[in-house]
Design a protein around this ligand. Sequence first.
Ligand code: AR6
Length: 180
Amino acid sequence: MVKHLYNGVTIECVQGNIADQPDMDAIVNAANVELRTGGGVAGAIHRGAGPELEAECRQFAPIRPGEAVITGAHHLPNRYIIHCLGPVYGVDEPSDKLLGDCYRNALQLADENGVQSIAFPAISTGIFGYPLEPAASIAIKTTIDTLPGLKNVKHIRFVLFGDADQQCFMRVFSTFVETG
Ligand code: AR6
């Protein structure tokens, strides 16, 4: 695990399951347009939260790439779930801007709702096909750039499913910390 204090905010990269982060106020969902259950992250989160989550999501669907919406977490132990629609790689353009929008909008929405701790998965890097290394750079750079505008968020965790994914995020993260 790499952990660093950046502008008074703890940022860390861990290996794990996004639906099993009980110490976080909010977790982020790599959602689909209709905010329904799916594979990967969306499947894990909806399974954990229960059918009440899909019911609450209905009023916000459909969402656009880069957008973020907030709901309760229902049967999961968190206070909120923030749902982001990442870009489908090679389809939703400009994909780098849209992916950055996800992280920025999720952090701002979290902050507005008094969230102090938030966990992100690697949005768009599964079924949506975004290559991991550029996705990690966008996730970490956008997060660092957004920090100065945040009042409440004090702890940001990137939760990577696989070992290689975690290594990649840690490598990219170290570059920013060394040069930042
Ligand atoms: N915890 C943490 N990371 C996970 C988990 C988990 N439980 N499961 C998968 N990952 P994806 P996307 C990783 O496909 O690319 C959904 O079905 C995974 O290895 O969940 O944004 C929705 O319904 C990958 O690195 O999200 C959408 O249709 C990353 O999380 C579509 O997939 C994101 O994988 C969204 O695709």
